[in-house]
Design a protein around this ligand. Structure first.
Ligand code: SAM
Length: 236
């Protein structure tokens, strides 16, 4: 008898972390309005319905691993015509984004708590997204942990299939080894083309509109180069 396939290895380790008082306050005030749990979307207890969440139909960008929400909030404020869905497993980060929402309003941000990979696979329709952003994904630097890295061939094929033709996959990392892996995996994906194929190394020059987060600041302090990669979904 064939063995059941192993479940995919998650790209995150879930630590329960306490919220600060401010985060808890924001959570109690805003989560029920802005947040949803991925398991509820997967089970069907809650529909995956961005037009209902935002009260409009607009280009939809999914951010995987929004961390403390600095980029999400800044980019949502800069592009009010685009709806942003931040997917994260780290509750204090989601709560911090809710605090930013409390400050800035940001009607074009929705939060999802849980695994973005399962969400993409099981709920996000093919060719439905205007963009996917993955900024500073966990680098899993030890060789024996490389299998936990998010950006692997199977994941990139899934992500590409969820992008509308012409939509973009934007990856950023400060780990050289992971940057090379990202570029090799995305170059090999037939549904993607590198928008910076003519740039040295195929890296996209750092877009001035991408906010500097803690991770980028730390990379600068520690002397690590930061690489942006911007791929476009091909028309076919
Ligand atoms: C190193 S942090 C970067 C945060 C943020 N993008 C930034 O630039 O500051 C990576 C984040 O990705 C989240 N993450 C990793 N795998 C995930 C997954 N499969 N679904 C949702 N979030 C994930 C982790 O919880 C973590 O907060």
């Amino acid at each position: 008898m064939a063995e059941a396939p192993h479940p995919p290895i998650p790209s995150f380790v879930h630590h329960r972390s306490r919220l600060t008082e401010g985060q808890q306050h924001a959570w109690d005030r805003w989560w029920s309005e802005r947040g949803r749990d991925v398991p509820d979307l997967l089970s069907g207890a809650e529909p995956y319905d961005p037009p209902a969440w935002f009260g409009r139909t607009a280009p939809l960008v999914l951010e995987i691993g929004s961390g403390m929400g600095e980029s999400t909030a800044a980019l949502a404020a800069a592009t009010p015509e685009v709806d942003h869905v931040a997917v994260e497993v780290f509750e204090p980060g989601l709560a911090q984004l809710l605090m930013r929402i409390a400050d800035a309003g940001l009607p074009n941000v929705a939060l999802l708590r849980g695994d973005a990979v399962a969400l993409l696979r099981e709920r996000v329709p093919p060719a439905s997204l205007a963009g996917i952003r993955i900024f500073f994904p966990d680098p899993w630097p030890k060789r024996r942990h490389h299998k936990r890295r998010l950006v692997q061939p199977e994941f990139v094929a899934l992500a590409a299939s969820r992008l509308a033709p012409g939509a973009t996959l934007h990856l950023v990392t400060d780990w050289d080894h992971y940057a090379l892996q990202m570029r090799a995996v995305c170059d090999a994906e037939p549904l993607l083309e590198n928008t910076a194929a003519r740039e040295p190394g195929g890296w996209t020059p750092r877009p001035p509109w991408r906010p500097v987060t803690k991770f980028e600041q730390r990379a600068r302090t520690e002397g690590r180069a930061v690489h942006d990669l911007l791929y476009r979904r091909t028309p076919s």
